[in-house]
Design a protein around this ligand. Structure first.
Ligand SMILES: [Zn+2]
Length: 284
């Protein structure tokens, strides 16, 4: 069986309900669901101390759980304000420091809004910021870590599949985070089934043409959308919103892909990640 790590974005509602209290309990909780990945959320700032992170890493390693880290939402790689744009570099460096202490490798980030400029101009700015980020990350000694720009759910945000793949071309280590719920939301329900998943996977293979098209990063949840794209995340029980996970998981098996799949359901991440994992295992 090709190895896919399934895991959760942050703590589910059941974490507290099961009596767990601190982030130190995350590895034990994650293991209870049979999961092997956990994306630590630093969306509102990187506040996790390194000592605590190292203890979390120790407990995770015992259970074969791999951390990734979601960088702050303040990152704005295309900002027209130079100071704001360049601060994106600092947020990534802070994230690298903590993900290293967590024993993880991947830093996932949003490139930000396009703002009052064309998509082309926004992408051009983001590419320049990306180059600065790569340089700063290498200089700080984090060159072994993996930067993962994410596909975004709102149409006004930089983060179509092609925009993310263009950012990945700045350096061969940059690996896409494909948020299929976001792609479905920004195309107003464009992922209808197997054919659309195949198109996305083929496009990654065409543009990247290397291991990154197999061992990419995934965010998965059912997401409500309106005219502007993403509105809110739902759970697997809210089946009126797509996309459907099964065709993607079948393709992962057929093509022998080995992504890390992080479930971002609203409150039932661990339960829904487990559902995906059980379905995937049932294919073998
Ligand atoms: Zn995200």
């Amino acid at each position: 069986m090709n190895r896919i790590r399934f895991g959760t974005a942050g703590q589910s509602e059941s974490f507290a309900a099961m009596g767990y209290k601190t982030s130190l309990d995350v590895p034990e909780y994650t293991a209870k669901f049979g999961l092997h990945a956990f994306e630590y959320q630093c969306g509102h700032g990187v506040r996790l101390g390194e000592e605590k992170a190292r203890e979390m890493a120790r407990r995770a390693q015992e259970r074969d759980i791999l951390f990734s880290l979601h960088a702050p939402y303040f990152i704005s790689m295309s900002s027209l304000n130079e100071e704001t744009r360049l601060r994106s570099v600092d947020y990534i460096l802070q994230s690298c420091r903590v993900v290293r202490a967590l024993g993880g490798r991947r830093v996932i980030f949003h490139s930000g809004s396009c703002g009052k400029q064309s998509r082309e101009q926004a992408l051009e700015k983001a590419l320049d910021t990306m180059e600065k980020i790569v340089r700063a990350v290498d200089e700080a000694g984090y060159g072994d870590l993996t930067l993962c720009p994410e596909t975004m759910g709102k149409i006004g945000q930089l983060g179509t599949l092609d925009e993310v793949l263009t950012l990945c071309q700045v350096d061969k280590r940059i690996t896409p985070c494909i948020d299929f719920g976001h792609l479905n939301a920004r195309t107003l329900g464009g992922i209808k089934g197997r054919a659309e998943y195949e198109e996305i996977l083929d496009r990654m293979e065409d543009v990247l043409g290397d291991e990154r098209a197999k061992a990419f990063h995934v965010h998965f949840s059912r997401i409500e959308y309106s005219a502007g794209g993403e509105k809110q995340h739902h759970t697997f029980a809210d089946t009126q919103w797509g996309p459907e996970p099964e065709p993607l998981l079948r393709l992962c098996k057929e093509r022998q892909l080995s992504p890390v799949i992080i479930c971002e359901s609203a409150g039932t991440q661990a339960e829904d990640a487990r559902t995906m994992q059980l379905y995937y295992e049932s294919l073998f």
